[in-house]
Design a protein around this ligand. Structure first.
Ligand SMILES: *Cc1c(COP(=O)(O)O)cnc(C)c1O
Length: 393
């Protein structure tokens, strides 16, 4: 590994560990445990395991370790801990670092399960959470207190694609000594520079772009070596949220093509946004990588590109949105995102169905809103499919 490698190179070669056979493709060490040469060797490893020494797969595994190191290199973090899912990462990092009496400030626009962890789980254990509009720096400033231990947000937010200013929020949070945790799924590791911009901890659902082909659930927590090894690892290794070696291997295969896929997906999102400008069936087209987005400059500064997802708001409300979804031939109706296949979602009736009408209105989730996670299909085919489905809507 060379320090001056760019992301695309790191994603292919970072963290490589080869066995005595010199395999090209990373080996799957599908083993729960490890054999020691002697009783003394076992004792020594339990006192202090070396870099290439493992004890039990819940604690660590060679294939999982390659994934963790590759992700840390990609994100510019010192270290990482891989988890069974994105939610195991979110719940894990917060549970590992918080205790009763702590205060957390979080952006309100959150993935449903993240909202559950912050609103329902943490409060049961005596952690107080204040929710703010993540795009409003005055609200962050007002909510932060001397006992604020962590701030949490997703950028770009789902599904209304608002960009939260990592550098500005981190600067505010650090004035009270809070740890900045960013759920960075929508930025993807390819466009993220969150640690350099001030975030302390970055979490990913690897289920999304990192696998990117709809196969496995996974996640990762990235941060300083001290934080990962002293705070995250003890909690994760004893509570069971670790990533399986097979999953790590699938994710490593995903990382090899991540940069190609994510850039192709962003190309499709850009082309689609361009074509849809001024379309008579649409009240809004939202893509942070397009000049029509209110935070275009921030997005350029923070991510360089607008990511792989756009949202459209059909003026005809739910009937028009459903007709559009049902009329697509290439785009698949599902609730995942970041996949090589284009996936369309109607948040109001699926991912955000549990929210009240008022809560949805607060978040800008109208009945006509459709989220489009662009895949890697041919651009003309994809644009053609969306245009013909809009005709019918
Ligand atoms: C999907 C997602 C998660 C949860 O990830 P899983 O792998 O499904 O557990 C968390 N945060 C965001 C922003 C997501 O998109």
């Amino acid at each position: 590994m060379s320090d001056d490698w760019n992301k695309a190179t790191r994603a292919v070669h970072g963290g490589a560990r080869r066995s005595q056979y010199g395999e090209v493709s990373e080996a799957i060490f599908l083993t729960q445990g490890f054999v020691y040469d002697s009783a003394e060797a076992a004792e020594a490893r339990f006192i202090q395991a070396g870099d290439d020494e493992f004890i039990y797969a819940r604690y660590g595994n060679p294939t999982v370790r390659i994934f963790e190191e590759r992700m840390a290199l990609l994100e510019g973090a010192e270290d990482g801990f891989a988890t069974a899912s994105g939610m195991a990462a979110v719940n894990g990092v917060l549970s590992a670092m918080l205790k009763a009496g702590d205060h957390v400030v979080s952006a309100r626009a959150l993935f449903g399960s993240c909202l559950y962890v912050l609103e329902d789980v943490l409060s049961r254990f005596g952690v107080e959470v204040t929710f703010v509009d993540g795009t409003d720096l005055d609200q962050w400033q007002a909510a932060l207190r001397p006992d604020t231990r962590a701030v949490f947000f997703e950028t770009v937010s789902n599904p209304t694609l608002e960009v939260i200013d990592i550098a500005a929020v981190s600067e505010l949070a650090h004035t009270v000594g809070a740890v900045v945790v960013v759920d960075n799924v929508f930025s993807t590791p390819v466009f993220s520079d969150a640690i350099a911009q001030g975030a302390d901890v970055v979490v990913y659902s690897a289920t999304k772009h990192i696998d990117g082909q709809g196969r496995t659930l996974g996640g990762v927590i990235l941060g300083t070596r001290e934080f990962i090894r002293k705070t995250v690892e003890p909690y994760m290794k004893h509570t069971g949220g670790s990533m399986s070696p097979f999953t790590a291997w699938v994710m490593l295969k995903g990382l090899e093509t991540l940069s190609l896929r994510v850039n192709a997906q962003a190309d499709n999102a850009t082309a689609l946004t361009e074509t849809l400008q001024g379309h008579p069936a649409l009240a809004r087209v939202i893509y942070p990588g397009h000049a029509s987005h209110g935070q275009f400059d921030l997005c350029q500064r923070q991510m360089g590109r607008g990511g792989t997802v756009l949202s459209i708001d059909l003026s005809g409300g739910k009937p028009a949105a459903f007709a559009f979804l049902n009329g697509l031939k290439i785009g698949k109706i599902s609730n995942n995102l970041g996949d090589a296949k284009t996936i369309v979602t109607h948040p109001a009736t699926t991912t955000h169905q549990r929210l009240s009408e008022d809560q949805r209105a607060d978040l800008g989730i109208t009945d006509g809103l459709v989220r489009i996670s662009c895949g890697i299909e041919d651009t003309d085919d994809l644009v053609g499919d969306v245009m013909q489905a809009l005709e019918g809507a």
